[in-house]
Write a protein that binds this ligand. Structure first.
Ligand code: PRX
Length: 655
């Protein structure tokens, strides 16, 4: 199996039309209908979004301006009053959906829970009252560090209900990484669990929280709320730590949703970039609600009878937008699964689909490649007839994996939506609408209506068809990030200055390289910056380098990505050691462990290569391009004349 290369993609000529019976029942039924919507949105984006906002969402008070665009800062639905928890819960209670399943959850040990809209509403109201009782107010930040259990979604919705800003930290991040994020966002309270189940083992979340808060290192955190999940003995600090169930038991279930300003902050979610520490991506209320609502509705072609399952973790943007907010705002039934395929239960994914009759299934290419490796006998032994639509997200999908998904899981009957987007974009940007747009394996196809995506050079000039360039977006959209938390300058620098604005027109720089083919289809090639994508997880090479050099034996480190059949990319670290330190396999393992401790298991280097020196330019910049070629085992090509010391390269090559 290979990753997409320009050559393989250029030769991709297969085109799959949506099946006629799918199109007939779809929300958007034909390419013509898509084109009309697209043209309408392009001609007048504000009118397009305003009409949808008025018809699809509940507002306590209507906005007076659709868009206030002071580049690069956008405000959508200015002075509108709205609450996303109200849109996800309360408004369904007066309809037949009151007793419809909102969340169907299954834990790794096989325990399960279903919460109807009425039940979820009740739990959210109670937990919102718990937060209030502990002094959490509108605008306060709340850290959420949870396993994949319903309480994670309940905590998010409860924050949104009272106007507190949540910042979810993926449960796989280490105590160090958690501390950095809690400190940056100045969280006042943390919601966690004793532990979570992952591959038959307990992830000791509360223990990590204790480490993160040790020595008063995140002093703003006054309270920690702990869900009992895995039931091992844990330390509880009197005054600071409280059991969720104790406090929840004593509170009222009456908690009206706070009318929030459309531009009030909804959440901060940290993501990696090429420089510095991970940045807090800020999303606000009204625009994000509308954008996740509309993308879920049209891209997943939601019907009220559908059972929809997105396999992401709520610690990532995909979990925020497409497990919690988008599906619930639409009144859908969203499936949540705590576990992952594991040796003791490699077929759990297909069991879940059969057991709950899942109709729409959304996962990552890395997961698909792992399914292929585990063997098609696993899905073939289950009844997957309920499936009608498949999706992928997080990284480019290689055409072979796409075809396997299409044949073995979709039985050549389910459309596949390959969805390109980012933490920053809030929701899906480039994707087929499944009843309308013919698909090509490996292409995310066409922009969502209202999204003016382009391929440009660094001057912002359009690049001809089939030539590589930078993926950029021309007009603001409701779901876009508003700023970097506490650092508006970094927001401007990172996203709006790589391509200088021309004649007052600003282009959002996504950080991905891509091309458009002769049909206007987008082919996303991957990051053009120092971000690597390992198993669909986004990591900054600099973060991993900082973790490595924080080890006392390491003098310098340079991290690059190397193509990997399963994970898309693998982390390779070139390390030089301090004087008198001897390289050994034992030290390699110690350094890998050190990175896991500093960031989390997702950042564990696959390979560490010791070097006497790193290849640098005369001005002292590490030449990563050369390291990437070395890591991939390729011949060094291109210009090496700027190398300060050519013998460094020879030595590295000799290994
Ligand atoms: O490189 C692109 C890749 O994932 C990056 C965004 O990562 P993150 O913010 O963690 O969000 C992931 C989930 C939305 C992008 O810059 N990416 C995401 N989806 C695709 C993709 N690359 C190719 N095809 C996709 N469908």
């Amino acid at each position: 199996m290979s990753q997409p290369t320009i050559e393989s993609i250029l030769h991709e000529e297969r085109l799959f039309q949506p099946a006629a019976d799918f199109s007939q029942q779809a929300q958007i039924k034909s390419l013509e209908q898509y084109q009309q919507l697209y043209d309408k949105a392009k001609a007048d984006p504000q009118a397009f979004w305003a009409e949808l906002a008025a018809t699809e969402l509940h507002w306590f008070q209507k906005w007076d301006t659709v868009l206030d665009w002071q580049p690069p800062f956008a405000k959508w639905f200015v002075n509108g009053k709205i609450n996303i928890s109200y849109n996800c819960l309360d408004r369904h209670l007066t309809t037949w959906r009151r007793n419809k399943a909102a969340l169907i959850w299954e834990g790794e040990p096989g325990d399960s829970r279903t919460l109807t809209y009425a039940q979820l509403h009740r739990e959210v109201c109670q937990f919102a009252n718990v937060l209030k009782q502990l002094g959490v107010k509108k605008g306060d930040r709340v850290g959420i560090y949870m396993p994949m259990i319903p309480e994670a979604a309940i905590a998010m919705l409860a924050c949104a209900r009272i106007g507190a800003v949540h910042s979810v930290v993926f449960g796989g991040f280490s105590a160090e990484a958690l501390r950095d994020r809690l400190m940056d966002v100045q969280a006042k309270l943390v919601v966690t669990a004793d532990g979570g189940w992952r591959k038959d083992a307990i992830v000791p979340l509360k223990e990590q929280v204790d480490k993160a808060l040790a020595n008063n290192s995140a002093p703003a955190v006054a309270n920690v709320l702990v869900v009992r999940r895995t039931e091992q003995t844990i330390a509880m600090e009197p005054g600071r730590d409280h059991w969720w169930h104790d406090l929840q038991a004593g509170v009222s279930a009456d908690c009206p949703a706070e009318p929030m300003d459309s531009e009030d902050m909804l959440f901060v979610l940290y993501t990696s970039g090429s420089t510095g520490k991970p940045k807090g991506v800020v999303h606000t209320t009204g625009g994000y609600n509308l954008y996740t609502h509309m993308t879920t509705k049209w891209i997943f072609d939601l019907k009220d009878t559908d059972v929809y399952w997105c396999t992401a973790d709520v610690g990532w943007i995909t979990g925020h937008s497409y497990i919690v907010y988008g599906p619930l705002s639409n009144g859908a039934t969203s499936v949540m699964y705590e576990g992952a395929p594991r040796a003791s239960n490699p077929g759990c994914t297909w069991d879940m689909i059969e057991k709950y009759g899942v109709n729409i299934f959304y996962t990552a290419p890395t997961a698909i490649r792992a399914f292929i490796k585990m063997g098609e006998h696993l899905p073939n032994a289950r009844n997957l007839d309920s499936l009608r639509l498949l999706g992928t997200v997080g990284e480019p999908i290689n055409p072979e994996a796409w075809m396997w998904y299409h044949r073995i899981i979709g039985k050549e009957r389910c459309p596949i939506v390959d969805t390109w987007w980012q933490t920053e974009t809030g929701g899906i940007m480039i994707t087929p609408l499944p009843g309308a747009v013919p698909t090509k394996p490996g292409s995310a196809t066409l922009p969502f209506p209202g999204i003016l995506a382009e391929i440009v050079d660094l001057e912002g000039d359009p690049v001809p068809p089939n030539e590589g360039g930078y993926l950029a977006v021309r007009h603001p959209w409701p779901g876009m990030m508003r700023t970097v938390y506490g650092d508006p300058d970094r927001f401007r620098r990172t996203y709006w200055e790589h391509i200088p604005p021309k004649d007052g027109a600003y282009l959002y720089f996504a950080g991905d390289g891509a091309r458009r083919d002769e049909d206007g289809y987008f082919w996303v090639m991957g990051r053009v910056d120092d971000v690597i994508n390992v198993a669909g997880h986004r990591l900054g090479t600099m973060e991993i380098e900082s973790a490595l050099v924080s080890h006392p034996f390491v003098a310098e480190a340079a991290v690059v990505g190397k193509p990997d059949d399963l994970k898309g990319e693998e982390i390779v670290a070139f390390v030089t050691l301090e004087n008198n330190i001897t390289a050994s396999d034992q030290l390699k393992n110690e350094l890998k462990k050190h990175v896991v401790q500093e960031i989390g298991a997702i950042a564990r280097p696959g390979e560490i290569k010791f070097a006497e020196a790193l290849p640098k330019t005369r001005s002292g910049k590490i030449m990563r391009r050369l390291l990437r070629s070395l890591a991939a085992g390729e011949e060094i090509s291109g210009d090496t004349s700027t190398l300060e010391d050519r013998s460094v390269l020879e030595k590295l090559r000799e290994g």
